[in-house]
Design a protein around this ligand. Structure first.
Ligand code: BGC
Length: 776
């Protein structure tokens, strides 16, 4: 029999029963669970608490209840109060504020028998109050340290506001811009997606080892949504996902494995079914892959009502059946469905679920509460003073501005219409619904970001060009259409008309340059915001066409959450700046870029198609037996009769105000031995007139495989800074590991044979071509 001493918890001046036991006796009947920490001391602590719990209390820990039971005073009359009294809320979410959360925790400790602290979670997707650019935008920086830093700041603010568990990062690979949730991820590529997943997990969790969780500013991260959510059929949110096991392993699983390798503490299920089995009841995913193959020791939470939804899927007869399927799949915590709290006890009594299964789930939950230090101090994250000092402090706002600058992609810049130099006299017509738009700038997921505090483009420009030679005049021209969710059409009361066109056109005629700010209202992307048409909404393109007739150069600045169909804009606009939703410092960051105070360096992480007919579209496709032949387009080749195969803008593409030349591509050897390595290199020269940064990308193609390999795959990149006129040699090491793939038998191996490599400025840049072979 082991004896463990738990640390003393003093709450509201009471010494709680949990601790008043002082030395708690463990029965030694520890459930068979693999802990996250692997630390026997923590495992014994968990075991000790478990031994004090009734079955009902254990089930209560597995219940994640909505945070909206925000009441002061007596809560016992409410449903939440009833649960609290029985110790049946293990966690709650999306409720904020040090004082508020302190109050909820006090209620929990006051009412529940064992006084196990509640765990407060939230969706802190791209910043808490200091809002950073949407994750898709941030990923376009290709700057992993930057993404880690923005996640770290988010964690600093969140942990000062009562939150210890983040429902981020969202690491779903996404190749369908119709899907509104592309804005939350890192785009289409599994290699880049994996690195971004690691950076974000590292930033949120801020730990080297699990022991660091005792720090005040560390929080649990969640890898979501496991898995395949980004491949929703036809881009419609929550839709079925049907994919081969190969595609699952090659494309959709790698970021999740990377998160596990980085020490992520929790996983969230996906809403979709994967090949007929809803992810929330999917043993293959959670038992076989996550637990058995990857050895994940953290906890798994469902997505919102996902247990209940297995009934609508047609996978479970009723909530009780769904509960059984979920626990059987290895789910630890039920978000909102209340399947666990209402059905689990009965399922145990009927012998359909064993108490051991429940003990395992509860152990994982308790372990996290121990690691976070909540048993030592349930109010650890509730320091109102710290919240005041931390949230939106000037240092964080500065970082948000820098991250936003680095997330903005320059898509077009014909005749160097940009930058708009401050000392060149110019009359600029400022036109479009996004010039003064404030509400959308944080994007859809910034639930705690105060939208009224975001800096508009107008404000950013006014500050930037104050006392300059550039003079702005404004006409809105048109407005953003609003969707009426009940009819799934643009609302008839807000349909934009052309009445603002004449004023805007007139203004444009009397200006030297037209600066147009357009885009999508923020809730046109995000959850449940799929589109079938991805052009600029409403009559924005129509207005652009009218402005084009003035013959004046047009700079188009876009604010949106997904790749858009810019086929017409790409041809007709002089400059296009993809600003995405840049967050709190939006207007300043865009003005930094437009003025040239920051030279843009971001590159796309998702392909921009020409039309929806090309979707899904991504760079690392497989070849067909009849590849398109430019010299013989009319032949029976894999192509469309009404559209080129190529996108408007490919993955990895983005311009700078300077130009870069790639020369002197070299390879150290034509042969790579197993276990050995070789280097490929290129000289990159800044041939323009400004200092700048370039993302140099390495792509590899395995020419012949036991299964067909993609035409190219990103295998490395470096972001370099070059002064004007400067040249740097950029080198990549290629080893056997980088050439590995799932062979015909689904073994992870490198197959000997011929390979080709490109080092270039985008996935479409094939000018620096090298060849080598892997030999036995
Ligand atoms: C989303 C999750 C999110 C959860 C809690 C769900 O609708 O799919 O990503 O974490 O809500 O807010």
């Amino acid at each position: 029999m082991r004896k463990i001493k738990l640390s003393i918890v003093v709450i509201l001046g009471l010494v709680l029963p949990l601790v008043s036991c002082g030395n708690i006796e463990s029965t030694g009947n520890a459930p068979q669970w693999k802990s996250y920490s692997g630390d026997p001391v923590i495992e014994r602590k968990v075991d000790s608490v478990l031994n004090l719990m009734t079955l009902e209390e254990k089930i209560g820990q597995m219940n994640q209840y909505s945070g909206n039971f925000a009441v002061t005073g007596e809560v016992a009359e409410t449903k939440a109060g009833e649960y609290l009294k029985k110790g049946m809320i293990g966690s709650t979410f999306n409720t904020f504020g040090a004082d508020h959360i302190r109050m909820l925790q006090e209620q929990n400790l006051k009412y529940s028998r064992l006084k196990i602290p509640m765990l407060f979670a939230a969706d802190v997707i791209h910043g808490l109050e200091t809002t950073f650019p949407i994750p898709l935008a941030e990923a376009c920086s290709w700057d992993l340290e930057l993404m880690e830093q923005s996640a770290r700041i988010a964690a600093e603010e969140a942990t000062a506001s009562g939150i210890a568990w983040n429902f981020a990062p969202m690491i779903d690979i996404a190749r369908d811009p119709r899907w509104g949730r592309v804005m939350e991820g890192a785009g289409e590529d599994p290699y880049l997606g994996s690195l971004v997943a690691r950076a974000r997990v590292k930033g949120f969790q801020g730990i080297e080892t699990y022991k660091d969780f005792s720090k005040i500013n560390t929080m649990m991260a969640t890898s979501k949504h496991f898995v395949g959510y980004g491949a929703a059929q036809a881009g419609r949110d929550y839709h079925s996902v049907d994919m081969s096991v190969r595609t699952l392993h090659e494309t959709y699983l790698p970021p999740f494995k990377a998160a596990v390798d980085e020490g992520v503490t929790s996983f969230m299920t996906a809403f979709n079914d994967l090949n007929g089995v809803p992810c929330t009841g999917n043993k293959y995913l959670f038992k076989e892959i996550l637990r058995d193959q990857w050895g994940f020791g953290g906890m798994v939470v469902t997505d919102y009502t996902a247990i209940q939804e297995m009934v609508a899927h047609g996978f479970a007869r009723d909530i009780k059946h769904a509960t059984e399927l979920a626990i059987d799949a290895g789910i630890d915590m039920d978000m909102i469905s209340e399947g666990f709290v209402t059905c689990l006890k009965e399922l145990v009594e009927e012998g359909k679920v064993s108490e051991k299964q429940i003990d395992v789930a509860v152990s994982r939950i308790l372990e996290m509460k121990f690691l976070l230090g909540l048993f030592d101090d349930p109010f650890k994250y509730c320091d109102a003073e710290r919240q005041k000092k931390t949230v939106m402090n000037p240092e964080y706002l500065k970082a948000a501005r820098e991250v936003a600058q680095r997330s903005i992609v320059l898509l077009e810049n014909k005749n160097n219409v940009l930058p708009l130099e401050k000392d060149e006299p110019k009359r600029v017509a400022l036109i479009g619904p996004f010039v003064k738009e404030r509400e959308s700038l944080n994007g859809e997921w910034a639930i705690k970001g105060d939208r009224s505090k975001s800096v508009t483009l107008m404000e950013g420009l006014q500050e930037k060009y104050r006392d300059s030679q550039v003079k702005f005049s404004y006409a809105q021209g048109t407005s953003l259409p609003v969707i009426d969710r009940t009819t799934q059409k643009v609302s008839t009361t807000t349909v934009p008309d052309r009445s603002g066109f004449p004023e805007a056109i007139n203004l444009a005629r009397n200006s030297d340059v037209i600066l147009v700010a357009m885009g999508e209202k923020y809730h046109w992307s995000g959850e449940a915001a799929s589109r079938t048409d991805i052009t600029l909404p409403g009559n924005q393109r129509e207005l652009l066409k009218e402005l084009k007739k003035t013959g004046k150069p047009i700079i188009l600045v876009l604010f949106n959450g997904r790749p858009l169909d810019l086929s017409w804009e790409a041809e007709n606009m002089d400059a296009i700046v993809e600003a995405w939703y840049p967050g709190t410092m939006a207007g300043h960051a865009v003005a930094d870029v437009l003025s040239g105070d920051y030279n843009p360096s971001a590159k796309l992480v998702m392909t921009f198609p020409r039309n929806v007919g090309q979707i899904p579209i991504f760079y690392n496709v497989k070849n067909t037996g009849r590849p398109f032949d430019e010299n013989n387009p009319a032949d029976y080749r894999s192509s469309y009769i009404d559209s080129p195969n190529s996108p408007v803008y490919p993955f990895g593409y983005g311009l700078s105000y300077t130009s870069f030349e790639y020369t002197n591509a070299m390879i150290s050897s034509k042969k790579l031995e197993r276990g050995g390595d070789l280097t490929v290199s290129v000289d990159v020269t800044n041939t323009g007139n400004m200092d700048g940064e370039e993302v140099v990308q390495l792509y590899i193609h395995d020419k012949v495989g036991s299964v067909v390999r993609p035409v190219k795959e990103l295998k490395g990149f470096k972001k370099i800074h070059l002064k004007k006129g400067e040249t740097k040699a950029v080198e990549f090491t290629i080893d056997e590991e980088m050439l590995k793939m799932y062979n015909i038998d689904m073994e992870w191996v490198a197959e000997p044979g011929e390979f080709e490599a490109w080092i270039g400025a985008s996935s479409a840049d094939e000018s620096n071509h090298l060849e080598f072979s892997l030999v036995e």
